[in-house]
Design a protein around this ligand. Structure first.
Ligand SMILES: *Cc1c(COP(=O)(O)O)cnc(C)c1O
Length: 386
């Protein structure tokens, strides 16, 4: 595997760690973050790291040190961001179902914004802010009805999705706003989905945002910032050839098609594209068994360590690290959990694989470690940094 070759980490080194384990390449993380910041800064764009992708302490520390903001989706994420040194005025708090306790955490810490997803949520934030004698800065998460053309479970910007305030609610909301005295609308927020690899949905988003921005302007509402969310995809099929997403192209689309007013700040919330490729899941082969079409390689990692294939039909590049053969064979790579969906890939081409071989599942730095579960009373995974 690339980092093994680079760092000359040999099999003896691998054996020191109990499998399965997550392994993070901090050099690649740093390079990815630098690229993202370089291309964002060219246009004066601000990036908040979408923490839900990976909340590992070391990773958060590196990201914080490079002057990213944080995008949080729970009260505990807000607390964690503060603990790791993100400044309150860099913290956005999103989510369709913020509890009263979570809202209070945001209020007490004077965060940058609450990204609000329903009219009732705004009323409750106003109530709680009044009680706390605070004025809450909010951004309206608007549902732009733009198809992200990604897997349906990670599509969020269509009217059929639970996210955001729909356009037919806006008039009513504006009538209500003057009575909500402890709310200040400072921004408009959008997030159309995740793992988006074509730039067309982002272009369509810009066109819709321009209309909505104008709509608010026409009604005399001053919007200080536009938050375009995250969603930039990575190359799961060829992680070695394409380790870093094309941030220049991504931000360039917004530069070209978005029409902000003077003084309007532009914010993004990137998760996957910043951290996915720097992580991998290392697992050991327990058994090989004959199947009807291909052999099964039963490995010691399962959906309890990496749920993306079972949850989103996601596919990750898989590699045998220790087989020295130059041949290849096909395997269904499966985990030990008692569910048929506990499968990392069917008909995967690997070097001839036997019990004890080490398997690397690539690009698992986002929505990997954070989604592990204790189902089947599974052991917690160790984490290794290189
Ligand atoms: C998950 C999420 C993100 C990050 O999405 P990525 O695809 O990981 O970049 C950004 N904003 C919101 C509101 C989210 O829910």
């Amino acid at each position: 595997m690339d980092f093994l070759i680079r760092t000359k980490m040999k099999k003896e080194k691998l054996i020191q760690h109990r499998t399965p384990f997550y392994c993070y390449d901090l050099k690649l993380l740093n390079q990815t973050l630098d690229q993202a910041q370089t291309h964002a800064k060219k246009h004066d764009y601000h990036i908040h790291y979408a923490m839900k992708a990976n909340t590992n302490d070391r990773i958060l520390e590196v990201i914080q040190s490079k002057n990213f903001g944080a995008d949080c989706v729970s009260g505990n994420e807000v607390k964690k961001a503060l603990e790791k040194g993100f400044k309150p005025n860099q913290i956005a708090f999103a989510g369709v179902g913020k509890s009263d306790e979570e809202i209070e955490i945001g209020l007490q810490n004077d965060i940058f914004t609450f990204n609000c997803e329903s009219v009732q949520e705004i009323e409750i934030i106003n109530e709680l802010a009044t009680k706390a004698n605070k004025v809450a800065r909010i951004a309206l998460r608007l549902n732009p009805n733009v198809d992200a053309k990604t897997h349906k479970y990670i599509t969020t910007g269509l009217e059929e999705n639970k996210f955001g305030i729909n356009s037919w609610e806006l008039e009513g909301l504006l009538e209500k706003l003057p009575s909500l005295s402890n709310i200040k609308v400072t921004g408009l927020h959008f997030h159309i989905g995740s793992q988006i690899t074509s730039m067309t949905p982002f272009k369509n988003l810009c066109i819709r945002v321009n209309e909505l921005n104008q709509w608010f302007l026409d009604r005399g509402i001053h919007i200080e910032h536009l938050n375009l969310g995250g969603g930039l995809g990575i190359d799961y099929q060829n992680p070695k050839e394409n380790p870093i997403p094309d941030f220049e192209l991504f931000f360039g689309v917004f530069k070209q098609f978005l029409e902000p007013r003077v003084h309007q700040e532009i914010h993004f919330e990137l998760g996957r594209s910043l951290v996915a490729n720097c992580g991998s899941l290392i697992s050991k082969v327990l058994y090989i068994k004959n199947g009807i079409k291909t052999n099964f390689a039963i490995i010691d990692a399962g959906m309890t360590e990496l749920i993306r294939p079972a949850l989103y039909q996601a596919s990750h590049s898989i590699e045998n690290l220790t087989s020295v053969s130059s041949d290849s064979e096909f395997y269904d790579v499966v985990g030990p959990i008692c569910e048929s969906s506990d499968c990392f890939g069917k008909k995967i081409e690997l070097k001839p694989t036997k019990r004890g071989d080490y398997i690397k599942i690539h690009s698992t730095g986002a929505y990997g470690e954070v989604m592990t579960s204790g189902y089947n009373l599974r052991e917690q995974n160790p984490v290794v940094f290189v």
